[in-house]
Ligand binder design. Structure first.
Ligand SMILES: Nc1ncnc2c1ncn2[C@@H]1O[C@H](COP(=O)(O)OP(=O)(O)O)[C@@H](O)[C@H]1O
Ligand SMILES: [Mg+2]
Length: 259
């Protein structure tokens, strides 16, 4: 089992979008995939069309008490530990509990034979739930928009990584993914060039293409279901393959070969 956390404390960088669509692509290729929504805003949960979530279906009791994980819900061939706004309360509860930041890693260990890949969607913060998600990962995947906003987040990311490595010296960033890239804008081209200089390994950029992403989110469907013939789906297949290579999965997305 390989656990990857989509991580960046900045919001709107494509963490939830990539979690959903990379997860769907891996499942479509035959992997057993678990997605975990750690964001109390529950975008990932909504965008998979899952509603009516109660707190006991989320990772709340795992985070705060170290309980075993609840049974995931099913959506589009994926297993999902969904989120709900009540998960926000876990932040305060975790603070008084020694070792709480390792609860998710420990609980996932019990499921190591059940899944091939676990993808964790981080909240846009450096709070308790983000630490929980980062420390549960074998590797982080870090989306960075090709904008000033993306550059501005890098110092905070480096600082967070340094802190997490004190508890998990083996934790690495498997791949930085440039996102929301608009090649027509000189600002984006300059930011992308700067990212190439400072971040390794760096994936090829994911173009800024609003409509399909937003419409598939409203429809509660992965892009591979909502618009399988779109350029956006090609973007998804490409980045999934790059993540697979960066993390040592034996997977050919085009062939659908099992890990
Ligand atoms: N390639 C893309 N081009 C344009 N908009 C996108 C793209 N991918 C995602 N989006 C949209 O950008 C917004 C932020 O993405 P999201 O995945 O929620 O980021 P995060 O989880 O990092 O906050 C969402 O409304 C999403 O639909
Ligand atoms: Mg998100």
């Amino acid at each position: 089992m390989l656990t990857l956390t989509l991580f960046n404390h900045a919001g709107g960088v494509m963490k939830s979008s990539l979690t959903r669509d990379v997860g769907y692509t891996l499942a479509h290729a035959g992997q057993r995939v678990l997605l975990i929504d750690l964001d109390p805003q529950a975008n990932l949960t909504d965008w998979l069309g899952v509603s009516g979530v109660t707190r006991d279906q989320t990772i709340y009791d795992t985070a705060t008490r170290g309980d075993a994980l609840p049974e995931p819900v099913r959506a589009h061939g994926l297993h999902l530990l969904p989120s709900d706004v009540s998960l926000a309360l876990a932040e305060g509860q975790m603070m008084g509990v020694v070792g709480a930041h390792l609860h998710l890693r420990q609980a996932l260990h019990e499921w190591r034979d059940r899944y091939d890949t676990v993808l964790i969607d981080s909240p846009p913060s450096l709070g308790q739930l983000s630490i929980l998600g980062a420390l549960a990962a074998d590797h982080l995947v870090v989306p960075v928009p090709t904008r000033q906003k993306g550059m501005n987040a890098l110092a905070g990311l480096a600082e967070a990584m340094a802190t997490y490595r004190k508890l998990r010296p083996d934790l690495t960033v498997a791949l930085y993914v440039p996102t929301l890239y608009d090649a027509r804008r000189s600002h984006d081209r300059e930011a992308y060039a700067a990212l190439k200089d400072i971040l390794t390994p760096l994936a090829s950029p994911i173009p800024d293409r609003g409509a399909v992403w937003n419409d598939s989110a409203s429809a509660g469907q992965p892009v591979g279901v909502y618009a399988p013939n779109s350029p956006v789906h090609q973007d998804v297949l490409r980045v999934t393959q790059e993540i697979a290579v960066a993390t040592g999965m034996t997977l050919d997305v085009a062939q659908g070969v099992r890990q």
